[in-house]
Design a protein. Structure first.
Ligand code: NAD
Length: 228
């Protein structure tokens, strides 16, 4: 089982939330990534998402994303969960990606609750509206909102039964995604962490690789392929 966070995409040029150059340095999360913030000022929230969509549109998957595609082909049972909303794992070629926090390239009608692909950026109309006239919102999970129940159940189940759990590029501060490493460890899984800094997971990790996922992951895959 692999669980990735914003750190996997920083080498592509997508800023993370926390750490140096993180998105929260200049913005307040409660204004931009909460249902209340959206209700208060949908224009402000959509401007921020449109800005992020323009950044993500211009970048490419990096060596870390590509190494995870190769890793998938090395194991008969391989599960990739991500907190990222940028879609870069899929663009790199990963299959069956479980998105814990939604996807920035989808939107949802606030009235009909229908989810749909929403690729236009920059937007003509901010905030954008559905053909039914209602406001639409990014199809992402905001602070205070529950994660998709079915995906979360699968994540819990896979974590409890995996042989190896890789936590890559996540500050391990956002629950419930952060708890998956503990579930894996308590159930006998080997926990491997890759990050540029120590996190709460480091204490329970069997192996901690300090550094960039775009460098460490390809090296790990090479080692895996050359091992009989
Ligand atoms: P986070 O911003 O809290 O932490 C990022 C972590 O990645 C840090 O611990 C940092 O040390 C590490 N890191 C940075 N560059 C790295 C690299 N090259 N190699 C390895 N590690 C590196 O990110 P998080 O834990 O994913 O936070 C969760 C929230 O952030 C989620 O809600 C997610 O949706 C959101 N988010 C997503 C994106 C994206 O889709 N790319 C970007 C920003 C935030």
């Amino acid at each position: 089982m692999v669980s990735t966070g914003a750190g996997v995409s920083t080498e592509s040029g997508v800023p993370a939330f926390r750490g140096i150059g993180g998105l929260w340095e200049d913005f307040r999360p409660e204004e931009l990534a909460t249902p209340e913030g959206f209700q208060r000022d949908p224009e402000k929230v959509w401007k921020w998402y449109d800005w992020r969509r323009q950044i993500i549109k211009q970048v490419e998957p990096n060596r870390g994303h590509k190494a995870l595609v190769e890793m998938q082909s090395c194991f008969p049972r391989f599960f990739l969960f991500t907190q990222n909303i940028d879609g870069l794992h899929q663009r790199a070629g990963s299959k069956n990606v479980y998105e814990l926090h939604g996807n920035i390239w989808r939107a949802q009608c606030m009235k009909e609750k229908i989810r749909f692909e929403f690729l236009q950026t920059p937007l003509d109309e901010i905030p954008p509206h559905c053909s039914c006239g209602s406001l639409i919102r990014p199809d992402v999970v905001w602070f205070g909102e529950p994660l998709p129940a079915e995906i979360m159940r699968t994540a819990w189940d896979v974590a409890a039964n995996c042989d190896f759990f890789f936590m890559i590029g996540s500050s391990a501060t956002v629950e419930p995604a952060a708890s998956l490493a503990w579930i894996a460890r308590e159930n006998g899984g080997v926990v491997v962490e890759i990050n540029e800094e120590a996190t709460a997971v480091t204490e329970i990790a069997n192996e901690f690789f300090l550094g960039k996922s775009g460098i460490i992951l390809p090296a790990l895959i090479d080692a895996l392929k050359n091992h009989d």
